[in-house]
Design a protein around this ligand. Structure first.
Ligand SMILES: Nc1ncnc2c1ncn2[C@@H]1O[C@H](COP(=O)(O)OP(=O)(O)OP(=O)(O)O)[C@@H](O)[C@H]1O
Length: 242
């Protein structure tokens, strides 16, 4: 569904991606893990048209989408949920949902989708007139995910959804993502919370120094001692050369 082929790119002259390659199938959840600064968030920016790509290719369903703009990527069915809180705190839940569809040319469709999304997330309907800031952290993350659904994404890029959430709320957000996967949406996620993220994912991908070091079924990665080493702050390369 999404393929990166030997992607190089970075910020200005600083090269961060040094030949990132991977392929993810449709209707799956893939978690990207790796040390701080490995380039995980940068991969998302590259896919979403926010990075200076110097060489390599990004393919979606076999079509070349390298160097498209964010608007073009949204039109191609990609949405991006960045790290941190991205709701407008003083606006109501409903108004925050409306913002999700602001770029759409079909506002009637957006209004229908808001209703459908509120059916899917009854909590949002229950609290639709509350200010977003009055929701819990996990509920705000669900609002962000729900908001991206207004654009009917085929692929959701979600960066560290568990940050700042209690373990229960993390599980709630993960269940939401799994339900979307079951409906056919493809999810690529970056997570610091690697163990619990891999446990709910189909595939895992280890990124180091802007390159894919490992890519396998999530349960296989979880059981791999090299990944255990990574969880403790080590590097895959050290282990390989040790
Ligand atoms: N806007 C930017 N301008 C310049 N350099 C940047 C920018 N954003 C990130 N970087 C650099 O790119 C490198 C990779 O950053 P990135 O955020 O992709 O890492 P990451 O693997 O997601 O790390 P973390 O786990 O710490 O979030 C880092 O060295 C970082 O300093």
């Amino acid at each position: 569904m999404l393929e990166l082929k030997d992607l190089h790119g970075g910020y200005g002259k600083i090269q961060i991606l040094n030949g990132t390659s991977f392929k993810i199938p449709p209707a799956s959840i893939t978690t990207v893990i790796g040390p701080n600064g490995a380039g995980k968030s940068t991969v998302f920016k590259a896919v979403f048209g926010l990075l200076n790509i110097t060489s390599g290719q990004i393919l979606m369903d076999g079509q070349d989408v390298t160097r498209r703009t964010p608007k073009q990527m949204i039109d191609a069915g990609v949405t991006y949920v960045p790290q941190g809180r991205n709701v407008v705190p003083q606006l109501s839940v409903y108004h925050n949902l409306e913002l999700g569809g602001i770029t759409s040319n079909n506002q009637a469709r957006v209004r229908d989708r808001i209703e459908q999304v509120m059916d899917q997330f009854p909590m949002l309907r229950q609290f639709k007139d509350r200010k977003a800031i009055e929701l819990s952290g996990g509920q705000q993350k669900q609002l962000e995910v729900a908001r991206t659904l207004l654009l009917d994404p085929k692929l959701i890029l979600i960066d560290e959804p568990s940050i700042g959430l209690s373990p229960n709320l993390v599980q709630e957000v993960f269940r939401t993502l799994q339900a979307l996967r079951d409906q056919g949406v493809t999810i690529l996620m970056v997570e610091q919370n690697a163990k619990s993220a891999l446990a709910m994912s189909d595939y895992g991908l280890v990124l180091e120094l802007g390159q894919t070091r490992m890519h396998d079924a999530a349960d296989k990665l979880l059981a791999d001692p090299r990944v255990g080493h990574l969880f403790l702050g080590g590097h895959i390369e050290e282990e390989e050369t040790a």
